[in-house]
Design a protein around this ligand. Structure first.
Ligand code: SF4
Length: 321
């Protein structure tokens, strides 16, 4: 039986909020005890509204920020216990595709140099000629041309820039790619092209993805499993198809019902819920964090926080399930 390529146990990240005079006036629990695993060649979808902790979780997984609690394992070994050389290997093997391809690319660097740099810095290849050849092939594979090596990021369209972002994530031949809302800044047609490219590359290279999105419907089509986050906590996790066809947590249900339907005659306007605002993470509600917005909330929900329970892959944090 294979082991998870990546595993998080009870990951926590808190940010102190200070007054202008520097006094701590509260703590934001951006990620609050998130446990997950990612199997080889799997897509784990992470969904939730803005501010639910998705991007913070991505940064913790990539060790771009230290976490305050919990453990992260890569190929069965705890990441924080690794030595510098192993950490360098971890950074090669776990890569990211950012949401905004423009701001994530250096505007002053030609695309070729940008992609050759990690190959030479990590000594994967030792000569510029070899690196240039490798990058030319990679650009072709992501649907660009070798001549694009000599162009700057602003000379590309949004979709092309995201292809460069994907090439940059793949240049070091990773095992895991964390895709943080990789299609949300693209129009629908280009979104489909980018998602299809990512799926093809996954199959060719044996990648595993953590695919972060606010769009549960999109994630439901491509992921094997989905984890639903709310105020930094896991509300529901399970096989994608089951979760989309039969959501158990009221928040998952509301996320699904709020996906826009393109044909107005088929839009179930009477079903569209009014979610209201997400409570401030600085002052989260007691009990179930979702209770102020939950249509099924009961008195118990205000007092007692539900734990994540279930069998196997399907787990839900709700008193009613
Ligand atoms: Fe709603 Fe209560 Fe379940 Fe929370 S525990 S999701 S408030 S029913």
């Amino acid at each position: 039986m294979s082991i998870p390529v990546l595993e998080g146990r009870g990951l926590k990240k808190r940010y102190p909020v200070k007054t202008p005079l520097g006094r701590v006036r509260g703590v934001v629990r951006a990620v609050d005890g998130v446990t997950f695993d990612l199997m080889p060649s799997e897509i784990l979808g992470v969904v939730g509204e803005s501010g639910c902790g998705k991007s913070t979780l991505a940064r913790l997984i990539l060790c771009l920020e230290p976490f305050d609690g919990g453990q992260l394992f890569f190929m069965g070994r705890e990441v924080r216990a690794q030595r510098e050389r192993e950490m360098t290997d971890f950074r090669r093997k776990v890569q990211i595709v950012f949401q905004d391809p423009f701001s994530s690319l250096n505007p002053r660097m030609k695309v070729g140099n940008m992609l050759m740099e990690p190959l030479l810095a990590h000594r994967v290849l030792h000569s510029k000629v070899q690196a240039r050849k490798e990058v030319a092939g990679l650009l072709e594979r992501v649907g660009l041309s070798p001549q694009d090596m000599d162009r700057y990021p602003h000379q590309f369209s949004g979709g092309q820039r995201q292809r460069i972002g994907i090439a940059r994530a793949l240049v070091l031949n990773p095992l895991v790619v964390v895709a943080d809302e990789p299609t949300s800044s693209l129009d629908v047609f280009v979104q489909a092209q980018v998602v299809n490219l990512m799926l093809d590359l996954m199959e060719e290279r044996g990648l595993s993805y953590i695919f972060i999105s606010h769009n549960l419907s999109l994630v439901g089509q491509i992921a094997q499993r989905i984890m639903v986050l709310y105020l930094g906590q896991v509300m529901e996790v399970g096989p994608a198809r089951q979760l989309v066809e039969n959501p158990l947590h009221p928040y998952t249900r509301l996320l699904l019902d709020s996906v826009p339907v393109p044909d107005p005659t088929k839009a179930h306007l009477d079903r569209l819920p009014s979610l209201g605002d997400v409570p401030s993470p600085l002052n989260p509600p007691p009990g179930c964090p979702f209770h102020p917005r939950c249509p099924r909330a009961q008195e118990l929900c205000e007092r007692e926080k539900p734990t994540l329970r279930g069998r196997g892959d399907r787990q839900v944090a709700c008193h009613l399930v």
